[in-house]
Ligand binder design. Structure first.
Ligand SMILES: *Cc1c(COP(=O)(O)O)cnc(C)c1O
Length: 430
């Protein structure tokens, strides 16, 4: 495969951007090659500057659940752009999108739009502190909640991929207010609460982990977490930036039937444009300025282009019959095919899947938290990744990321992926 144009661009980019990129995982460092420069994308396929075509399982890290460049979404963005791209004033589409979010996610009574998942979680944390009058938060090892200072303590995702410890630049006093529990281990949560009585404002969790690879939460664990938060007057915040509108209309909270106090959104909610949101109980959300005293603002928040892309994306999901059932069918077909391919070769790798999020972990241990995820053979993963890329399959360039299936993936895309997996795994044995 010729990727010389991409490599040339990457060499140039390194003179101007830190590490040549604007987000670390894009650098392909952990898989030992230069990143590809993408020229265009359509449906489930992306095309690089050298003219190579790939079946895409990154989907912009989650947003492209309809596939790339969906005609209706593109047309709506074009139509909106003609009349101005930003007013710094209210526009009708922000009401339309808010109503749709509330309809999809009944725990959301009031919602504030922001510009990224990071902003959503940072703002939800400030609100939780303002509402409870307490300072500390509990999060889980391997969960990623964006790059806000307080969350960069044992965070998964890019930090895990690059093997970075806590980031320099995060002060000790900030780190002191972040407590880390073990995913799926309720006793680890209880211990932290006992050691910090009356000090914990909120528990933040990815209700299905997607940033240490795909790791499902145990239903009983989440239910106990809900109960403890209620009895200790701690706010339960579901970070559904990844799972929101992906696992079901109502996200992970719908499939687990557990109601958080606050929810954060991103990714799909912007339909490929930069949007985040946080919402939840009305009594809490009304503390946000200007209805309350907790300050949070944004020059581009509720931007008409972004609201249009999000609204159109969610509307298409709503209007498509059996949308999530069809996505489930595709995802199960892919996961079963990949598991079978490994089994035929006597490789007991663990494939975790929840809905259209999945990860093939290169370990024979079942992966239930960050420690077990880290048992994976990342060298074997890197070889697999590179072979798949050569076969025209574009996977997340890290063992600790989820793959995303979109409604645009066809049976032939999935079969191609399964066959390429068999070949890649087979050649890893020789
Ligand atoms: C992607 C992600 C974020 C951060 O969102 P950005 O838009 O990248 O800032 C936060 N939480 C979770 C669970 C995510 O997957």
């Amino acid at each position: 495969m010729d990727t010389s144009k991409s490599s040339k661009l990457f060499a140039e980019a390194q003179k101007h951007l830190p590490g040549g990129v604007n987000s670390p995982v894009r650098a392909f460092k952990s898989v030992g090659r230069d990143p590809l420069y993408i020229k265009r994308a359509k449906g489930a396929h992306i095309f690089d500057v050298d003219g190579n075509e790939f079946v895409d399982y990154i989907g912009s890290w989650g947003p492209m659940i309809l596939g790339h460049a969906h005609e209706r979404v593109v047309e709506a963005i074009r139509e909106t752009a003609i009349h101005g791209t930003s007013f710094g004033a209210s526009c009708e589409k922000e009401i339309d999108l808010a109503k749709l979010i509330k309809k999809f996610v009944p725990s959301v009574e009031i919602v504030r739009m922001v510009n990224s998942g990071t902003e959503a979680t940072m703002s939800a944390m400030r609100l939780a502190r303002g509402f409870t009058g307490k300072n500390k938060i509990i999060k889980f090892e391997g969960c990623y909640h964006g790059h806000g200072d307080s969350f960069l303590i044992k965070a998964g995702s890019g930090v895990a991929t690059l093997g970075l410890p806590d980031s320099p630049g995060v002060t000790q006093s900030t780190a002191n207010d972040t407590l880390n529990a073990r995913y799926n281990d309720i006793e680890s949560v209880c211990r932290l609460i006992r050691q910090n009585i009356g000090e914990i404002a909120a528990v933040f969790i990815e209700p299905v982990g997607g940033n240490m690879g795909c790791v499902a939460a145990d239903k009983e664990f989440l239910q106990k977490l809900r109960d403890i938060c209620t009895s200790e007057k701690i706010l339960l915040v579901f970070d559904e930036v990844m799972t929101g509108f992906r696992l079901a209309k109502g996200g992970a909270q719908e499939i687990y039937s557990i109601t958080p106090d606050l929810t954060t959104f991103g990714k799909i909610i912007g339909g490929g444009l930069p949007v985040g949101a946080y919402g939840g109980r009305g009594d809490i959300m009304r503390m946000i300025a200007p209805s309350g005293a907790v300050y949070q603002a944004g020059t581009l928040s509720g931007n008409p282009l972004a609201m249009t892309a999000g609204f159109e994306t969610l509307s298409i999901i709503e209007e498509t019959p059996n949308f999530y059932a069809r996505l489930e069918e595709k995802s199960a077909y892919l996961a079963d095919g990949i598991s079978d391919a490994a089994r035929k070769l006597n490789l007991n790798y663990n494939l975790n899947r929840v809905g259209s999020m999945l990860t093939l972990f290169f370990t024979d241990q079942s992966v239930v938290d960050f420690d077990t995820a880290k048992l994976s053979d990342t060298k074997k993963f890197a070889d697999y990744f590179n072979q798949m890329l050569e076969s025209g399959i574009y996977l997340p360039p890290s063992q600790f990321e989820a793959w995303f299936v979109s409604i645009a993936h066809t049976k032939s895309d999935l079969d191609k992926t399964i066959n390429a997996t068999y070949e890649a795994l087979q050649s890893s044995l020789s």
